[in-house]
Design a protein. Sequence first.
Length: 344
Amino acid sequence: MSDRLRPFLRWETGLAVLVVIIGIAGASVSSQFLTSNNIFNVGLSNGEVAIMTLPMTLIIISGEIDLSVASILGLSSALLGVLWAKHWPMLGIFVLIAVVGLAAGAVNGLLVTRLGLPSLAVTIGTLALYRGIATILLGPTTVANFPTTYTNLGVNAVPFTGNAITYSAALFIVLAVVFGVVLHATPFGRSVFAMGASAEAARFAGVRVKRAKTILFMVSGLVCALAGVLWTFRLDTAVQNNGLGLELDVIAIVLLAGVSIFGGKGSIIGVVLAVLVFAGLQNALLLTNFNQEAAGIVTGALLLLSVFARNTPALLSRLRQWIPARRHPVADAAQLPPTASTPP
């Protein structure tokens, strides 16, 4: 019986049920919730964040974390604005942004793998570094008036989708399939899980841990740079603080997806479902005129809930290691050495 129930007890099953509940609740509070126009708006406002969750998933499964994702998005947006203002050809801008994204990810990866620094500390530092570079590039300047050929990609629907799917949402779907195949059906994906379970054991098993993790950070940099381009075209504006604070949303979604913060566990299907939960909940609150300044409470609550719920066994295990076990007084007395007054 337990084997039959196991698929229903998976984290992803709970997320799927939550998606259905949010859909029903959203439709009950607003007749606009399930309309194609609203679905389009949900994809429009969450597409870039959803795209950035995919490389973050692999990084966290490998046992690391990248807090600089939103800063790389902002850096690529600023670079796009500066180069367009200098009348660079758009193709050349795209190539340079891709190179910068790869380089930013490589810096993160090399500092973590070659110098042995913790990824949390490294990416907190590069979060500030890349945002600072974006500020230097643009300062208070705002660049707009990008070609409509590109800005239309940010605000128009993909043809033949009933005006419901944005280009960023469509790209997320394609990338989710690619990342899912890589993670769950290739030797590289198996090595990602192995590194998260135990980097030392993976190394003894022949996994080139340093190279693999560096590749993950570089892919993250490239994908986040792409998200920065999409973000800029959607808003038709390049400013130095584009995407500020989005790293919290990205991490909240990944952990809500059931990815273990300790590494070694997670799935792409869980991430897709978590994106639907996160975006659907935020949109339902928006349609009910919920105070948007307090919407961050929802993000923080989801983050804490997902961490504690998914990692309860690991947290309890670590807690047992921190708290010494209480010993029985009789057993303690039996182990005491005999005193002078105690007969042998």
